[in-house]
Design a protein around this ligand. Structure first.
Ligand code: MCA
Ligand code: AMP
Length: 493
């Protein structure tokens, strides 16, 4: 049984969602999702794990679609509204989805693809018509969601979580951060990643709280909300706090005072998805009085480590395992780290850990050792708390909270007729955490980088597009001929 949805009947008349300045109750969410589920089923008894991709901006309609897919027994595959067609097509093909739900503005973009693949293309605006049908009983161990994550391969992998995984990921956070009905959170994060979907949206709905959407991050609007007196919670990536600090710093002294007074009323502000620089934590504390609660998670595991809600929040640290989550640190010889302060890879076990990479049994098998999921993140245990040191792969970049594979971008760059060879790295950056940088080998010494960026925009979302370029005669390589990315990074820095 999908407990998240069952629970909604307890809060029927409370506001579940605010989107486009309109409030929607839990009852409206139940009604809308039942109607959409009816149309998805189209006479069938159970979607039986059919993949349903949906391209709907963060809104009431997004949530109603997500719940409808679950209620009809399908697997949700949320598409990213920022992705160009080839990136959407990759997900649609990889999941082998049979149904596509879109809001009207995306119909033309995907109509041809849907026709070619013989998918049912449904307009969300046609589905919320009050119809109902019997809905299947959905067992907890069934697949519920596929989210795409970039890794150490050139193509993103689909991370499959079951209803059980999702329920556990929600419950552990709701308890740790003391969510309650009276809570009201602003969601400015994209809804194709765990941070926005689980930590913000689903925790709010589990609790009978209100989740308000801004379809896109906008510092002015976020500050308006933060200082407006309604919100109790806020969660974001470090880049967003960086941008909010910049906005505050540019304000007049009276405005600064007003914003700072307003934001104090929240009960909790959380940062995650990338390392929170201590200076950002300190500046935010000076502005808002809040010590940001930093936590650590991953698409494959939801949240694993968190600073405490009530006791110590230590700058630069990610706290301790959430209840029910097991963590160990393993050194490069595969042995458990015994000494405090010695670095090791974070490995995770628990009901939070995903089921599999979609149709990639080999990758799934390789992701585990002795039943422990290997995160690829390196940490130390320092004075009773975990501290993340970084990742073991130079090919994974974190920019604006997004995980980006250098290999994926290199693959695309190599398709450009003027690029003979290339290497992509992440360069440290105060605002973005890292920015994507590319070294190109080309016969055209006057290569127009703006034109390259324009060309890339057709193929990759903006956050994956390199911000820095250099042309080199040859890439730095070691004696085995492998590109030495650490050397390349140093050349950019
Ligand atoms: C955009 N720009 C960038 C980048 N992205 N520049 C450098 N690096 C980037 N990564 C530039 C654009 O080209 C544009 O430049 C300007 O910034 C504004 O672009 P826009 O797209 O409007 O950006 P934004 O809306 O301000 O986006 C910043 C953002 C966004 C809100 C921080 O990146 C974001 O939503 N990040 C969150 C991602 C997230 O949820 N990650 C969670 C996954 P110009 O103005 O010159 O054109 S991780 C996860 O789920 C795990 C489980 C976890 O632990 O949480
Ligand atoms: P994703 O695959 O997009 O879910 O991103 C997960 C990755 O984000 C983790 O493997 C970490 O590298 C990084 N991450 C998440 N939270 C933190 C944090 N608090 N500090 C440092 N890195 C983090």
């Amino acid at each position: 049984m999908i407990e998240l949805i069952n629970r909604a009947t307890n809060f029927a008349n409370r506001t579940a969602i605010v989107s486009n300045q309109t409030a929607f109750t839990y009852q409206q969410l139940l009604n809308a999702s039942a109607a959409i589920a009816h149309h998805l089923l189209n006479g069938a008894k159970d979607l039986a794990e059919t993949r349903v991709v949906f391209l709907v901006p963060p809104s009431f309609e997004y949530v109603a679609t997500q719940w409808a897919i679950w209620r009809a027994g399908g697997i949700t595959v949320p598409l990213c509204t920022l992705h160009p067609l080839p990136a959407l097509q990759y997900v649609i093909e990889d999941t082998d989805a049979a149904i596509l739900v879109v809001s009207p503005e995306y119909k033309d973009l995907l109509a041809l693809l849907a026709k070619e693949r013989k998918m049912r293309l449904l307009l969300i605006t046609d589905l919320m018509d009050g119809s109902t049908s019997d809905l299947p009983a959905v067992a907890l161990d069934r697949r519920a969601m596929i989210l795409y994550t970039s890794g150490t391969t050139n193509l993103p992998k689909g991370v499959v979580t079951t209803h059980q995984n999702i329920q556990f990921q929600i419950e552990t956070l709701v308890n740790a951060w003391e969510w309650e009905q009276a809570d009201h959170i602003l969601n400015i994060l994209p809804l194709h990643h765990v941070h926005g979907i689980i930590n913000v949206l689903s925790c709010a709905l589990w609790s009978g709280a209100c989740c308000e959407f801004l379809p896109k991050f906008d510092a002015t609007k976020v500050w308006q909300k933060l200082s407006g007196g309604q919100l109790t919670l806020f969660m974001a990536v470090p880049t967003i706090y960086f941008k909010l600090i910049a906005f505050w710093e540019a304000a007049s002294s009276e405005e600064k005072e007003r914003l700072s007074q307003g934001v104090k009323a929240l009960r909790l502000m959380v940062s995650g998805s990338a390392a929170l620089p201590v200076p950002v934590l300190e500046q935010w504390k000076a502005i808002s009085t809040h010590t940001l609660l930093e936590r650590y998670g991953m698409t494959e595991i939801g949240m694993a480590l968190s600073n405490a809600y009530r006791t110590e929040r230590r700058p630069g640290h990610v706290g301790l395992p959430l209840p029910g989550v097991q963590i160990r640190l393993v050194d490069t010889d595969g042995k458990d780290v015994k000494e405090t302060g010695e670095p090791g890879e974070i490995q995770i076990k628990g009901p939070n850990v995903f089921k599999e990479y979609w149709r990639k049994p080999k990758a799934t098998e390789e992701a585990y050792i002795d039943g422990w999921f290997k995160s690829g993140d390196v940490a130390i245990f320092n004075n009773g708390m975990f501290k993340i040191l970084g990742r073991d792969s130079v090919d994974i970049i974190k920019s604006g909270g997004y995980k980006i594979s250098a290999l994926e971008i290199e693959d695309v760059l190599r398709r450009h007729p003027k690029i003979k060879e290339c290497a992509v790295v992440g360069i440290p950056d105060k605002e973005w955490g890292e920015v994507v940088a590319a070294s190109l080998i080309s016969d055209d010494k006057n290569l127009d980088f703006d034109a390259i960026k324009q060309w890339l925009k057709e193929l990759l979302p903006t956050y994956k597009i390199p911000r820095k370029f250099i042309i080199q005669a040859e890439l730095p390589r070691n004696t085995l001929g492998k590109v030495t990315k650490k050397v390349l990074k140093a050349e950019f820095e």
